[in-house]
Ligand binder design. Sequence first.
Ligand code: GDP
Ligand code: MN
Length: 389
Amino acid sequence: MNLHEYQAKDLFRRYQIPVPAGAVVSSPEEVTAALQGLSTAPWVVKAQVHAGGRGKGGGIQVVADDVELGAAVVALLGSQLVTPQTDAVGLPVNTVLIEEATAIERELYLGLLIDRAEKKLVVMASAAGGMDIEAVAASTPDKILTAVIDPVTGLQGYQVRDIGFGLGLSMTQIRQLHPLLMALERLFHEQDASLVEINPLVINKNGDLLALDAKINLDDSAVYRHADFQSLQDPSQEDTREAKAQSLGLNYITLDGNIGCLVNGAGLAMATMDLVQLEGGKPANFLDVGGGATAERVAEAFKLILSDAKVNTILVNIFGGIVRCDLIAEGILAAVRQEKLDVPVIVRLEGTNVELGKQLIADSGLDVIVADDLTDAATQAVQLAGTRA
Ligand code: GDP
Ligand code: MN
């Protein structure tokens, strides 16, 4: 799960990682109150969306006085922000962060992430901060400094000094970098993060280090360990279908294709997507309705799949182990009738009461195709999706 910049900076403050003073507003009326705790102009107005590259998209505006501030807040709030990291629709700006502007001497990059090959945390740093770090890593990998953290000892002082010298910091700045990096490591572990990034970490006019931007990803699997994570979620920034699926307890991920897949069991869902690909088709989604697939859940799943305009064919693959195939068949038929489906549905059923289930579908008079087996189902789905595309 992603955090907004302002939420990440709140966490930074708790760990004594220096950030600029700031306040968030979600309506222009709140601006006056927000300025109470801040020094006088200039300020920076920062759109809070779950995407980077905001600077390039007009989501970061330095303002010189109250009038410019008001105008920037009004312009950003309620808008859709498109950045190099979003799609063409962009993300809704419901909150903006107003910060005291920082006079910048240098922009550095600092990240703490999981190196899956090393199976360890790794600190990444670069003097080429403020820009697209992926591009820096690709074109000039020598500009990226790394320090792999030994999980037994934790980050060591010599590693901090290596990075500090590599970044060209003064001794005073390295003395600031040390507690900053140690705090970052502690935050990473205690908050179950999967990524922490400060881009840019700046050196201000006084020569001090300051986290000007903050990005934190938290491990979804650890949400249950943190009572406060729930309140940090912002569904407005998530794929609407994925958010809807989450509220229904369905495991759903939007993909690019046109074949909607409705499957029970994550492994079976993966196998179904593999087969669709093998036959030359493209799945529109991953969807696992779970082991206890009931008629109601199947109906909800149909609705979810159909809310994606790309879908022109639906492939249902249910193994009736715990559930009976005749109940599932009834659920499918009810959903097809209720939703007045105008896309073909191919069903592969296997397991308890499978013959009864297939019979129910055949007798329904509805345009639902019963496949012989999974390969047959995938072949037919790909063919139909192709002719309708
Ligand atoms: P991002 O584009 O989404 O990564 O947003 P950032 O918070 O990193 O801001 C983008 C850029 O805006 C930074 O790299 C800075 O160059 C600039 N910026 C942000 N805040 C300030 C500030 O307080 N003062 C100045 N001078 N520039 C700023
Ligand atoms: Mn940034």
